[in-house]
Design a protein around this ligand. Structure first.
Ligand code: CP
Ligand code: NVA
Length: 299
């Protein structure tokens, strides 16, 4: 049987995604109760990071160790990848040694190439186009705190980036309605939007997107690799800042999420991210549990 991968949320079907989330919730409660889940003894996860990370690195490494396995961290600086060894060759070699590979990189195509040549599961730990592991944790958080997200309304404010694009996939897979507010110059991919047209609406007015929303989400205005555009982006995105005025337009019980790291005073005010509607710490913590459930599913 060929390996299953997790490059986008579309790599698992709806039932599988829900099963992973339910298992994540179960694993979380077992861990809290002091019960071990050593379901993957001796399994090795190799983690390749071409960009910085705190949450993804620590949650994946902790997850595989808690499952009874071991994590190996590789960066381009200390592997032959940084010296030009082809991805195809690296994928074939790692397939002979480890049980799963997680990759954080720039071009999504690199992940697709790696997966094509890999006999073992490949997980997207963030690419320029998608960040499915984060949205899996976000969905777990919503289910835990508010119940099923089916039929609910989610507002995305800001850049049409990798997180936004994973929310577009999530809208279809979890059957919620996504309202995106972003500048016309920074919209998500047109083909992705067209495919999701029954579940997604796009506007350049933040008030229109956030009105009545059950979940409000944003992300940095300049993603990794776009640092040199920070100043120009801060001007373009300023009206999309999630602040108390905008939050007051969302549903009364609305919660706020951000994948982190956050820039208080830019895409979100301190009042909102540190306020009562924010669930960002639970959301970040759920990276551990949802990825543990994902590793159990894939390996
Ligand atoms: N949200 C997220 O992926 O964080 P890191 O960049 O710290 O991994
Ligand atoms: N959009 C952000 C997410 C960081 C977790 C980035 O790509 O840098």
């Amino acid at each position: 049987m060929s390996a299953r991968h997790f490059l986008t949320l579309n790599d698992l079907n709806r039932d599988e995604l829900r099963n992973v989330i339910n298992r994540a919730i179960e694993l979380k409660s077992n861990l809290k109760a002091g019960k071990e889940n050593i379901s993957k003894p001796g399994k090795i996860l190799c983690m390749i990071f071409e960009k910085s990370s705190t949450r993804t690195r620590v949650s994946f490494e902790t997850a595989i160790v808690q499952l009874g396995g071991h994590g190996i961290f590789l960066s381009p600086d200390d592997s032959q990848l940084g010296r030009g060894e082809p991805l195809e060759d690296t994928a074939r070699v790692l397939s002979k040694m480890v049980d799963c590979v997680m990759i954080r990189t720039f071009e999504h195509e690199k992940l697709m190439t790696f997966a094509e040549y890999s006999d073992i599961p490949v997980i997207n730990g963030l690419s320029d186009s998608f960040h499915p592991c984060q949205v899996l944790a976000d969905m777990q958080t919503y289910f835990e705190m508010c119940g099923d997200i089916q039929g609910k309304t989610v507002a995305w404010l800001g850049d049409g980036n990798n997180m936004c694009q994973s929310y577009i996939n999530a809208a279809r897979q979890f059957d919620f309605f996504l309202k995106i507010a972003c500048p016309a110059t920074h919209q998500p991919d047109g083909q992705l939007l067209a495919k999701a047209s029954s579940h997604v609406e796009i506007t350049d007015e933040p008030e229109q997107a956030i009105k009545g929303a059950d979940l409000v989400v944003t992300d940095v205005w300049a993603s990794m690799g776009q640092e040199q555009e920070s100043e120009e982006r801060a001007k373009v995105f300023s009206i999309y800042q999630v602040n108390s005025r905008l939050m007051s337009l969302a549903a009364k019980q609305a919660i706020f999420m951000h994948c982190l790291p956050a820039h208080r005073g830019d895409e979100v005010t301190a009042e909102v991210i540190d306020g009562p509607q924010s669930v960002v710490w639970e959301e970040a913590g759920n990276r551990l549990h949802s990825q543990k459930a994902l590793l159990e599913f894939l390996i």
